[in-house]
Every structure is written in structure tokens, then in C-alpha cells.
Design a protein around this ligand. Structure first.
Ligand SMILES: [Zn+2]
Length: 366
């Protein structure tokens, strides 16, 4: 358990206990002191952490045999509450185990990066402070958990997402060294530096881009987003940034329909239930051929699988074979153009997606 988590729970239990003791043994007004402490300490704790935490250098201590980034803590389990959401919150572990059945080579296990690093890469301090409260966080994850202590939400859910966000940044570093890398999570494309939504809290794609530009001196980055939803989070962050080239295929009839963010897209294709595998792959081939230029220095591939037939949120009808072919096409184009390639799993909400993702990754790495 991290020190932050320990302090978090200590003050949660301590302040609630204090409120009860004061209420029972003193009076109702004294009880408010414990309640006040309960509400104010998360703000004070995060504020102090933001103030004191310093930026850390990102480097790979032990180079893995295969550039796959994964930690068991990516999987979200919260006493069954996670089952209220259609998201298969343990797909990362299931994909990892499927890969491990055929590939025994060592992978990379990320560490949680410091707040100072996230702030340096552009995260909003105010947004991080707001995330301390369940009443706000619950609106982003679309679950009615506003009544739960913030510590519960942080240790069961937000820390998993923040670790996966760290994983995306480590994977970018690995991709620069190895030519490609896959983070078995991430792709929170509805989150921007100061706003979340659609089960996306931390803007890992924006943070990766900022890391590559600020710490690795890259000048031209392309994002290929093939999740069924529009990547409006990072698009809002790069509305006026011509160094980030965005290719986004999505179903424009579904969430989020963010017309302001659309202005950041360089190449858009609409996908829906009438789009066949053949049409999809043909269009993708054509667009990559047209838009991947020789001056592009890094490719971030947001490989959401909610375009698969039957997905309750994506409303598309691409087959598992189509998913496999799609990933192969993007991977091959990056290799052909000699652009470092970072793949993020992003959305994909059915149990069946796991097998399709695992099979697709296996074809890329074996
Ligand atoms: Zn999606």
C-alpha cells in the first residue's frame, strides 16, 4: 500500500470515527468537527501532494524482453460495484493471461508516476483536487457512487487508472527504444487535461504527447483513433496545435458528439452498423497511405474494440477478424514508415472482446 493510500484511509476512518464519538459523547454540534475534517482533509492532502511532489525522470530500469506494459493493478475490482457498469473492468488481466499462454518473454511493469510529473506534463491542479470527491468523480465514471468515501473510490478505481496512465507514458518511452510498445490498458480518449467523461478520468494520450514533445523533443506526432467513439478529450487539448495530426474513425451518431473538438481532427471517417469489414479496411488503408507522412515521428494508436458487432455502446458491426486485420494494417504502416508505434487498448465493453484483442496482439508480436 502506498503512503498516500494509507494516509487517505487513516483520515477517512479517523474523521468518521471522531464525528461519531463527538456526536455520542459530546453533542450534535461537536460532531460537525469530525464531518468538517472528513470533507476538508482530501483537499488538504492532494493540495500538499501537488505542492511538494517533484517531477521525476522517466527511464526503463530493466528492459523487458517484449515491450508490453502491464500490471495486475490495472484491473478494477471494487467489492462488485464495478459490475454495475457495462465495462469489463478485468479485460486487461484476461488479455495478459491469453498472451502469456503463448508468449513467455518478460514484460514491463510500470510504477505510479509522481503528481509532479503529471503536473509537468500539463495536468490541471484544480481538476486533480476535484477528483478527490466522489460527488464529482462519480459523474465522470457514470456510476451512482457519490455517497462512497473518496478513499474507497481512489484506492479501488482511480489509482488503477492513474497507474495505467503512467503505463502509457512508460510505453511511449519503450516504443522509442524498441520501435513499438503496447500498454494493456489506457486510451482514455474522452479525458482532457482539465476535464473527464465517458469513464475516462486521466488524459493519458495528451500526457504521452506532451511527454514526447517536452522530454524527447519530438515535433510531429500522429494519433490514429479507431475506437467507436470520438476522441474528444485529447482533441480539445490539441485544438490549436498543428504538430499533432489526428486521424479519427468513429460513429458520429453516438457519445460524445463534441463539435468543438471535431475541429482538431485532420482526417475523419464515419463508422456505423452498415460499415462492413471490407469497407472499413479499405478506407483505413487509403487514409493511412494518404496521411502518414515521412516527417511524423511517433504514432499513437488508440485501438478501441467497441466497433465489434454486438457492442452495446459502439453500434458498429466489425467482426473479430476485422479487428485483427485493422490492428495489423496500422502496425504494418507504422513499421513501413519506420514510425515508433504505441498501442493503447481503449474501449471495448463485451466479454468477447478480450479474446479478439488477445488474438490480435499475438499476431503482432509473434
Ligand atoms: Zn469507445
Amino acid at each position: 500500500m502506498q503512503l498516500y493510500t494509507f494516509i487517505d484511509w487513516f483520515f477517512t476512518i479517523g474523521s468518521l470515527g471522531l464525528a461519531i464519538l463527538l456526536g455520542v459523547y459530546v453533542n450534535g454540534a461537536a460532531c460537525l468537527l469530525g464531518v468538517f475534517l472528513y470533507f476538508i482533509y482530501p483537499f488538504m492532502m492532494e493540495f500538499s501532494y501537488n505542492l511538494l511532489s517533484v517531477r521525476e525522470e522517466i527511464f526503463i530500469r530493466n528492459m523487458p524482453e517484449i515491450p508490453i506494459v502491464y500490471d495486475e493493478s490495472y484491473n478494477i475490482t471494487a467489492c462488485g460495484i464495478e459490475k454495475w457498469h457495462p465495462f469489463d473492468s478485468c479485460k486487461y488481466g484476461n488479455v495478459y493471461r491469453q498472451i502469456r499462454q503463448k508468449v513467455k518473454a518478460s514484460h514491463f511493469t510500470p510504477q505510479m508516476l509522481s503528481r509532479g510529473t503529471f503536473l509537468y506534463l500539463g495536468m490541471s491542479k484544480w481538476y486533480l483536487l476535484k477528483m478527490c470527491y466522489s460527488a464529482y468523480a462519480s459523474t465522470l465514471i457514470e456510476l451512482p457512487v457519490f455517497f462512497l468515501p473518496g478513499a474507497f473510490l481512489r484506492s479501488c478505481l482511480l489509482d488503477s487508472m492513474l497507474l495505467a496512465t503512467s503505463g502509457s507514458i512508460y510505453a511511449a518511452k519503450l516504443a522509442l527504444e524498441k520501435g513499438w510498445a503496447i500498454n494493456l490498458s489506457g486510451g482514455y480518449h474522452h479525458a482532457s487535461l482539465n476535464r473527464g467523461g465517458g469513464f475516462c478520468i486521466y488524459p493519458d494520450i495528451t500526457l504521452v504527447v506532451n511527454y514526447l514533445k517536452r522530454c524527447c523533443n519530438l515535433k510531429k506526432i500522429v494519433i490514429v483513433d479507431l475506437d467507436a467513439h470520438q476522441g474528444n478529450g485529447y482533441e480539445r487539448d490539441f485544438l490549436h496545435d498543428s504538430s499533432v495530426y489526428i486521424i479519427d474513425f468513429y460513429n458520429s451518431y453516438i457519445y460524445p458528439g463534441d463539435h468543438l473538438a471535431e475541429k482538431a481532427i485532420s482526417c475523419f471517417e464515419h463508422v456505423d452498423k452498415d460499415t462492413s469489414d471490407q469497407q472499413y479496411i479499405k478506407t483505413l488503408q487509403k487514409d493511412l497511405e494518404t496521411h502518414l507522412k515521412d516527417d511524423m515521428e511517433f504514432l499513437i494508436y488508440n485501438a478501441g474494440t467497441d466497433i465489434m458487432a454486438g457492442d452495446p455502446l459502439g453500434h458498429c458491426c466489425i467482426s473479430p477478424a476485422g479487428i485483427k486485420r485493422r490492428d495489423e494494417v496500422v502496425f504494418k504502416w507504422a513499421q513501413h514508415k519506420k514510425i515508433p508505434f504505441l498501442m493503447l487498448l481503449s474501449g471495448g465493453y463485451q466479454k468477447e472482446n478480450t479474446f479478439a484483442i488477445g488474438e490480435s496482439i499475438l499476431q503482432l508480436i509473434t
